[in-house]
Design a protein around this ligand. Structure first.
Ligand code: SAM
Length: 343
């Protein structure tokens, strides 16, 4: 009795997962998708010349991208195989697409990939792997690893920006927020979610609160017609006074930290809240079914002091700081949304 064909197929797909990721990252980094958008129907030799790579390597990469549904190909009249972008590449992989994931892809390739090569150590030790992957001791995850080099900081901000742009509208519209006139997006980075919130809620003003080194670069990510209901304030949410707001937003913040630090942050938010204020949390929530959420938790393990959590865990953490009436919306996008009200 041989193995079930479908089972074997599934295992092989899983084993191939990293090859597919790396093919996508490499094609993106070499500019293949942008090139084929401006000049569709090039053959492998022409692409190789433009991206300054070998013809053999380029041929293998282009064919891999076709097999993954990122490119299409056809035989030209002079019997050469020519390549063009598939819809998936046009939607997400062009550097100027509205939903471009280019920033996040670069972060995955250059930061997450090296960290994941130490996954076994991360699992054994239960800690992130910055020192092994990059030779950097990380007392403060953000200041010591991501923000002590300008290029890495911009790459990280661009990664956060691209995900926030793709997920922002789903989070901003998950609940009726019409009663909240002021919001504070704690760790709001480039302000991408803040802009989505003001678009969706014409009466709302949003303060983006983030570390000084981030706020000083945030202008680079402002939309062309910048919304004057979004402002930026530099500070440390573990140390400095939090701005007063009706609604506090924590988008992909709690997954960076262990429970002890989450308690410190929630305590500080609770102290700034009045009755009727609320906290809106946007995270990928574990539910035992979605591989993306569980894999994202491994991602947090290798990169941060935190992890992804279940809906119940958020409710328990919040309850200890006087928040209740917890509601959750599974947006069907990367991020789920949870709102809890100060009792
Ligand atoms: N909320 C953004 C989003 O969803 O795209 C960014 C999430 S990113 C994982 C975490 C953010 O928290 C970064 O922008 C980082 O600079 C900010 N951050 C980290 N530590 C902070 C602190 N102590 N005070 C204020 N912001 C902090």
């Amino acid at each position: 009795n041989g193995p079930q064909k479908d089972d074997l197929q599934r295992i092989i797909e899983l084993m191939d997962g990293f090859k597919a990721s790396k093919a996508l990252f490499t094609a993106s980094r070499l500019g293949v998708f942008d090139l084929l958008q401006s000049r569709p129907e090039l053959d492998a030799a022409q692409v190789a010349q433009e991206i300054k790579a070998s013809v053999k390597g380029t041929q293998c990469l282009l064919d891999a991208c076709v097999s993954l549904g990122l490119l299409r190909s056809r035989e030209s009249s002079c019997q050469k195989r020519v390549y063009m972008n598939a819809a998936l590449a046009q939607g997400f992989l062009l550097s100027d697409a509205p939903h471009s994931l280019g920033g996040y892809i670069q972060h995955c390739d250059q930061t997450v990939w090296p960290l994941f090569t130490h996954l076994e150590c991360a699992v054994r030790d239960g800690t992130h792997q910055h020192e092994k992957a990059f030779g950097k001791k990380a007392n403060d995850l953000f200041q010591d690893t991501l923000y002590n080099n300008q290029d890495i900081k911009l790459r990280f901000m661009s990664a956060m920006h691209s995900i926030a742009k793709v997920t922002g509208r789903a989070v901003a519209t998950a609940f009726d927020l019409s009663r909240f006139k002021t919001a504070c997006d704690l760790g709001g980075c480039t302000g991408a979610l803040a802009h989505e919130l003001t678009k969706a809620h014409p009466e709302m003003r949003v303060t983006v609160f983030d570390l000084p080194t981030v706020v000083e670069m945030s202008g680079r990510f402002s939309p062309q017609h910048s919304e004057n209901r979004v402002s930026f304030l530099a500070g440390d949410f573990f140390e400095d006074e939090l701005p007063k707001a009706d609604l506090y937003i924590l988008a992909r913040i709690l997954h960076d930290w262990p429970d002890e630090k989450v308690h410190v942050l929630l305590r500080r938010i609770a102290d700034s809240c009045t009755s009727g204020s609320a906290v809106l949390i946007a995270e990928t929530m574990l539910d035992g079914r979605k591989p993306h959420a569980a894999l994202q938790s491994l991602n947090m393990l290798v990169q941060t002091e935190g992890m992804e959590r279940r809906e119940r865990q958020f409710a328990d953490l919040l309850c200890q700081h006087g928040f209740g009436d917890v509601q959750v919306v599974h947006t069907g996008n990367f991020l789920d949304a949870l709102i809890a009200f100060k009792m």
